[in-house]
Design a binder for this molecule. Structure first.
Ligand code: SF4
Length: 377
């Protein structure tokens, strides 16, 4: 039997309630808030995924990247008390810790020697006892021994905390961190960039406009960064869409985001779960939908999209590669934030990632901190 592939595709998409948006995306048009809300409200995840996968393929063919890295959660001391966080401990708590600089260097050295890592992702709590020198000394010490290891560091809210401790500006703090060796700005802590959401889940954290302002400052200083989204708490579909658009608007202005990483809230052992606000994670279909929507909305704007194995597991991350994701993320050796929820094992070796990518039907390639390909497997 002969098939007309183009006709099959157009017949398939024409039955969708979002066919006009998908056609527009395939024609390379930039989509706005209204279209984004309609995508989020639609249940046609398969059609979105189909189109997102075509868009991904047009950018990177069958190559899926990953990075060999560690996460260094340098302190769990935090005075911001986010209700979705199982990781932090208040100052003076018996389980609180801060990793000394010698230990930071030792961990980088060990993981470089054992696993050949090319990136260290450094993130932690808002510790009022840590001055800027701690971060500068840590970055310089790493760079002195391992100049080839990229430092992907800190989030806008950590930078804001350091600025408050130093009574300095966030711009000055960023400039000094860059000077000390921070290659890229890791950029977590966005959650949902809508203050009505932040008010409920992280009332003591910086507001949405501050997150965006600090990101913009970093981009102007030449620091490339990561755009994130944590969904699945109290936000509405419109809140999610506005978050996606705010990131797009900043990217149009600065071009500083290298990648978008959506991840789902893991409620285990958090205040939100104990108060009965959110009992369960939002699940796999939500992940596939957010990945597909991100690829469609950011096509031509942000090239890379991470499949989020950390909160959704390897199986879902493999599926996400068929819904628009092009990067498997990192090996994340040493991760402590998500593992504090006890949800699942939160580290992988590069071998396991390579096998997972290949078994999903793609070519695996290791990348560096700036998404430059290092090696195919
Ligand atoms: S998410 Fe970050 S800022 Fe919020 S409580 Fe946890 S460690 Fe602190």
């Amino acid at each position: 039997m002969q098939y007309d592939n183009n006709k099959l595709v157009s017949d398939f998409l024409s039955k969708s309630d979002i066919s006009d948006i998908l056609d527009s995306a395939l024609a390379g048009h930039r989509l706005g808030l209204k279209e984004c809300i309609r995508l989020i409200k639609s249940d046609d995840v398969n059609s979105m995924g189909f189109v997102a996968n075509l868009l991904r393929r047009s950018l990177c063919g069958d190559t899926i990247t990953f990075i060999n890295n560690i996460i260094l959660n340098y302190t769990n001391v935090c005075i911001t008390y986010c209700k979705f966080c199982a990781f932090y401990r208040p100052p003076g708590h018996e389980e609180s810790y801060t990793v000394p600089i010698e230990e930071i260097v030792k961990r980088v050295a060990t993981s470089r020697e054992l696993f050949g890592i090319t990136q260290v992702l450094i993130q932690g709590g808002h510790n009022p006892n840590l001055k800027l020198e701690y971060y500068e000394d840590a970055f310089r010490a790493i760079k002195q021994k391992y100049p080839e290891v990229g430092i992907n560091g800190l989030s806008p809210s950590e930078v804001d905390m350091i600025a408050k401790v130093e009574r300095s500006s966030t711009k000055e703090v960023l400039a000094r961190l860059k000077d000390a060796g921070m290659d890229t700005f890791a950029g977590g802590g966005a959650e949902i960039l809508e203050d009505s959401v932040k008010e409920q889940i992280s009332p003591f954290k910086i507001k949405s406009h501050e997150w965006l302002r600090i990101m913009e400052e970093a981009h102007h200083l030449g620091l490339k960064s990561v755009a994130t989204m944590m969904y699945g708490t109290v936000e509405t579909e419109e809140d999610r869409a506005r978050h996606i658009i705010k990131i797009a608007q900043l990217q149009e202005k600065t071009g500083g985001f290298m990648v978008f990483i959506p991840w789902s809230f893991e409620p285990n052992k958090t205040q939100m779960q104990s108060e009965g606000k959110i009992r369960y994670a939002s699940g796999g279909l939500s992940l596939l939908k957010m990945i597909a929507i991100a690829r469609i909305m950011y096509y031509g704007l942000i090239d890379h999209l991470q499949s989020s194995w950390l909160t959704n597991g390897i199986g879902m991350a493999q599926l996400a590669l068929n819904y628009g994701a092009d990067d498997f993320g990192g090996t994340l050796i040493g991760e402590e934030v998500v593992s504090a929820t006890g949800s699942r094992s939160t580290e992988l070796t590069s071998d396991k990632i390579i096998v997972a990518i290949k078994r999903a039907g793609f070519r695996a390639a290791e990348r560096d901190n700036f998404y430059k390909l290092i090696k195919y497997y």
